[in-house]
Design a protein around this ligand. Structure first.
Ligand code: GLA
Length: 743
């Protein structure tokens, strides 16, 4: 609900779980007065602004004002939302209020993915409020730069967040160089004076160690995370949260921001004086400049602000539901995904048609529904040194082409899926020989290789059209039900061969706009194909790509124990069913660890389930055991796809965040079922104190059965479940409870 008091110059965005209050001060500056628990249907809130007076005799007032659209000058020293260099050579940009407007619905963002009205199986959640968008216009009277700020409360089944974005328009007579154009800035008051300072939480990692949770105290100064890699990256994720030290999974205030974008980004927290903390998120200002000619506009990516008054659990529920129901239009969004077997760890580059068909036959007999041919099927691709760009089948390995192979795989009893890496080009490829300048590069400077490959320049329309063309041909040529869209290196010379010098620093963002155009075109033209994104594992696991491809390969590390941290961390923001997650063979190919099948199955089942091993070298007995787990995965997949996910015990060492370092547990639940999985990474002696976990979301007076025992909801939630692990490393307990009628 948007409540406005023009007299008091106050805007109250009232959601079901939060209020966000904006105010225009006497000098026309837009202030962010409040972002916390809902305040009820009122606009009588002007007193909130009295909290922001500057008592210091040295600082200018702007230093301490909660500026919603901070810019350079006037005594503001934090992270600007907008910074633009004007014709006078200065970067002074003073944005003051012009007007507001409320529009029904939520306009899409030009060229960029964004949230939309909730859509559950094609229907709106019936109690969700219809969307309304508040648009506030600010402008810099000297340069003529106009900033149109958009705010929409987006809701799915009662869980809501605030979507924010901005359009900058040059209404002045001279070009403006945008050097900072964040998507959102928000304030957390009282950074220390209540005796509890703030802590910052984000997802840090590396290849094969993606999205580990970092939680650390926030001191005075600027805490900044970013990616300059032209991808959201393995190293950081476009997400940042602030909380009190006492916040847990179920308790305490959490303020968080995520960005719906897949390229270089920055997120920062600026604490000028331990009184307020400013949270900001948007495009990376180090890697992106944008020259805005008179009359032109620039649209920022969308940020999603989520406040939780009940800890990280509620924050994650909100992100999960908004991403599941308000992002993307894939027909697969609300469909159970086929259980797949991927050829990569089974055969790497030694794959051929006969192996595929044999694997598909065996897979079908075990209940697997989709066979995916990974890398190695095209051009002269026998290792990673060639052929990216030559997207025609290698007829020595696949004599009947992709069409013939797909037919044989279908006949064997499974759907057929294919790996592609469309954004890349190998120097040793026909494509590169034909178009040596189609890659990103900086003039005559060295073109740095990564995994022996270069990146196509997707800022160029003809390159976008080429990808759309070959993908359309490929998908039309055969019965292909699934695409794994990979991207195996980051940008090193993110510049274009066709761009004039003044626009070169736009290339990274223009690339992303090009990529979104390509993805939008292809996924709309082939709505029945399931797309999974990938980037050297989970190097581009972000909401921008999830808008087109409803799942992403979470990591190249398929070891179940390693995956505990990766998937637990990813779940902070992203729905579990969006994580591609496979059972692989033991010893594991990345870390050489041997892990029981039950644990490997439980971890893989906690995402979009699949397998990644050679079925043909398994014994009959092993296949039978595996088939039983495939059956379980089918039994649980709807609950895992639609249910609420809760983290019960953290695998991370951070003592402020977890109860134990040798226990990881989580659960999926809906109104009538609860699936709990607990993992103990290292074996302990039999007389060690047993672990106990406390299931959540049970109905107090309902009864639940695991098939053997019956439990009263309130008793189970209160007393918890004692876990009995097998005496082995990386042991696992799985408990499935169903609500029963006790009479
Ligand atoms: C990347 C992916 C892997 C696999 C290989 C193929 O590393 O993350 O899953 O597809 O590429 O080259």
């Amino acid at each position: 609900m948007i409540l406005i008091s023009p007299d008091q110059r106050l805007f109250h965005l009232l959601g079901k779980t939060f209020s966000y209050v904006l105010y225009i001060d006497d000098e026309g500056r837009l202030l962010d007065l409040y972002w916390k628990d809902p305040l009820g249907e009122t606009t009588d809130l002007a007193y909130l602004c009295s909290q922001y007076t500057c008592s210091s005799s040295f600082d200018q007032p702007a230093t301490r004002l909660p500026l919603e659209a901070p810019s350079v000058g006037g005594g503001y020293y934090g992270t600007p939302l907008v910074q633009a260099i004007g014709p006078d050579g200065t970067d002074m940009t003073q944005l003051t209020y012009d007007s507001y407007q409320v529009v029904e619905g939520k306009p899409a963002l030009e060229g960029l993915p964004s949230l939309h009205e909730s859509d559950r199986f094609g229907q709106r959640f019936k109690d969700d409020a219809p969307l309304q968008t508040l648009k506030i216009t600010l402008s810099d009277k000297t340069t003529g730069l106009k900033a149109l700020l958009s705010y929409t409360i987006v809701e799915a089944g009662g869980r809501d967040g605030l979507a924010k974005s901005m359009v900058l328009t040059n209404q002045g007579p001279a070009p403006l160089l945008l050097t900072h154009m964040d998507s959102a800035c928000a304030y957390i008051p009282d950074a220390a004076s209540s005796g509890e300072s703030l802590e910052v939480v984000h997802l840090k990692g590396a290849w094969a160690r993606e999205r580990n949770i970092v939680r650390t105290p926030l001191g005075q100064g600027t805490y900044r995370i970013d990616s300059k890699r032209g991808a959201s990256s393995h190293e950081e994720n476009p997400f940042l949260a602030l909380c009190r030290p006492s916040a847990t999974e179920v308790y305490g205030s959490v303020w968080s921001a995520g960005l719906i974008y897949s390229g270089s980004f920055e997120a920062a927290c600026y604490v000028p004086d331990a009184v307020t903390a400013q949270l900001s998120i948007g495009l990376n200002s180090d890697t992106t400049r944008w020259l805005l000619e008179p009359g032109q506009s620039f649209t920022t990516p969308e940020a999603l602000l989520v406040y939780s008054g009940r800890g990280f659990g509620q924050m994650s529920h909100t992100f999960h539901d908004l991403f599941r129901h308000c992002l993307g239009h894939s027909r697969w969004q609300h469909k159970e995904r086929p259980i797949l077997i991927n050829s990569w760890e089974a055969a790497y580059f030694t794959i051929n048609e006969e192996k595929c068909v044999q694997m598909a036959k065996t897979a079908a007999s075990m209940g697997i529904e989709l066979f995916v041919l990974d890398d190695g099927w095209f051009g002269a691709r026998n290792d990673d040194t060639s052929s990216l760009g030559d997207w025609y089948p290698n007829l020595q390995k696949f004599p009947h082409g992709i069409k013939g192979l797909a037919e044989r795989v279908n006949k064997a009893g499974t759907l057929f899926g294919l790996w592609v890496e469309p954004e890349m080009i190998s120097p040793n490829s026909d494509l590169c020989r034909a178009h040596p300048d189609w890659c990103l590069h900086a003039g005559d400077r060295k073109r740095t290789l990564g995994r022996n490959q270069l990146i196509l320049d997707l800022s160029r329309t003809e390159v976008q059209d080429y990808i759309i063309g070959f993908m359309t041909d490929l998908l039309s040529s055969a019965s292909i039900s699934y695409i794994k869209w990979d991207m195996n290196r980051n940008m090193t010379e993110p510049f274009s061969g066709t761009q004039v010098p003044q626009h070169q620093m736009e290339t990274q963002h223009r690339y992303m706009l090009g990529l979104y155009r390509v993805l939008d075109t292809i996924t709309s033209a082939f709505p029945d194909v399931l797309f999974e994104s990938c980037s050297g594992g989970g190097g581009r696991f972000d909401a921008g790509l999830l808008a087109y491809m409803p799942q992403a390969w979470a990591s190249d590390d398929t070891d179940a124990r390693e995956r505990l941290k990766i998937q637990y961390g990813t779940s902070l923001v992203y729905p579990c069913y969006s994580m591609g997650s496979h059972i692989s063979s033991v010893p594991n190919h990345q870390v050489n660890r041997v892990t029981p099948l039950k644990t490997r199955a439980a971890v893989a089942m906690s995402g979009s389930f699949g397998l990644e091993l050679n079925l043909l070298t398994m014994t009959e007995e092993e296949r039978k055991e595996m088939a039983a787990w495939i059956g379980k995965a089918k039994e649980y997949r709807r609950l895992i796809m639609e249910g609420d996910f809760d983290r019960l015990a953290s695998p991370f060492d951070d003592k402020t965040y977890t109860a134990s370092t040798n226990l990881c547990a989580w659960q999926f639940s809906n109104d009538s079922e609860l699936l709990l999985m607990a993992f103990r990474p290292q074996a302990e002696p039999s007389n060690a104190m047993p672990y106990r976990v406390y299931p959540r979301g049970l109905e107090d007076d309902a009864y639940y059965s695991d098939g053997t025992h019956t439990y009263l909801g309130r008793a189970l939630a209160g007393a918890g479940l004692v876990l009995t692990f097998d005496p082995t490393d990386t042991a696992c307990v799985i408990v499935y409870l169903k609500k029963i009628n006790k009479d």
